[in-house]
Design a protein around this ligand. Structure first.
Ligand code: ATP
Length: 257
């Protein structure tokens, strides 16, 4: 479904990746871990076409089995959560407009994007699902960080995408909202749906995520089955910090050693 081959990519003047290779198949659920600055968001931004790789003969990015995919096709296929997206919303967008914008792959609701009555009804149900029903017409600027994040979660799901791309989705969420996020991811993680999650919270790797990719300094240092990749030694090395890892009910927990 997603193939990055021999990718070289920059963020500003910083070369983040050189000959970077990753392949993710249909229906895979994958967690991407790595220290700050490792390249996790850059990887996701290559997929969402927020940044483009250096053009080279032997490199390509294939998305949804297409060499060429328009940004609009892409937005129909994926549901996205990222900090950048949250920052792109204008202050006067209302909560329901944030959700509705997901139908159009747009940031906010503009005059030329007219939702149908069915879409409005679905958006209202989604507001309830993410616990934001009482904020239907509240402006984005009047919401807390976690409330904004709940709206983005709703926005990412409303058009029933075949892949969710969640870049640190739990930023700013309280315990109840984090639990809601885990439930939402588990609900979504059906065999036909794909999920790519970056997180610094190991406990967010839901049981349905079976593959973990570790990135450090722009390189994949491990990629494989969760139970093989995630060990105290490997994570201590990844974060240059001694940590202990434990597993309980198919969830991992980490603490400082
Ligand atoms: N807009 C930018 N201009 C220049 N360099 C950037 C820019 N954005 C990111 N970088 C650099 O690119 C590298 C990779 O950043 P990236 O955001 O992909 O890391 P990350 O693994 O997502 O980190 P974090 O866990 O902190 O979110 C870092 O060295 C960072 O400093």
């Amino acid at each position: 479904m997603i193939e990055l081959k021999n990718i070289t990519a920059f963020q500003g003047d910083k070369k983040v990746f050189e000959n970077f290779n990753v392949h993710i198949g249909h229906g895979e659920k994958v967690a991407i871990l790595g220290p700050n600055g490792a390249g996790k968001s850059t990887f996701l931004k290559l997929i969402t076409r927020e940044i483009y790789p250096v053009v080279k003969d032997d490199s390509h990015i294939k998305l949804f089995d297409l060499e060429r995919v328009t940004i609009w096709d892409l937005r129909k296929q994926i549901g996205l959560i990222s900090q950048d997206l949250q920052e792109d919303y204008t202050p006067y967008t209302t909560a329901i407009e944030v959700i509705l914008s997901g139908f159009f792959g747009a940031i906010g609701q503009h005059g030329h994007l007219t939702p149908t009555p069915e879409q409005i009804e679905q958006a209202e149900q989604m507001l309830d699902y993410v616990g934001m029903g009482t904020y239907r017409d509240t402006h984005f600027q009047r919401l807390s960080t976690g409330q904004k994040r709940r709206l983005l979660i709703g926005r990412s799901l409303i058009h029933k995408p075949q892949a969710l791309i969640f870049d640190e989705p739990s930023n700013g969420l309280d315990i109840k909202a984090s639990a809601l996020l885990l439930n939402i991811m588990r609900d979504y993680a059906k065999p036909e749906n794909s999920l790519l999650l970056t997180t610094h919270h190991i406990g967010e790797i839901i049981p349905e995520i079976q593959r973990v990719i570790l990135i450090k300094n722009g390189k994949v240092i491990a990629d494989g089955a969760k139970n093989e990749v995630l060990t105290s030694e490997v994570l201590s090395d990844l974060y240059d910090t001694p940590v202990k890892l434990d597993k309980h009910n198919d969830y991992f927990h980490i603490w400082l050693d």
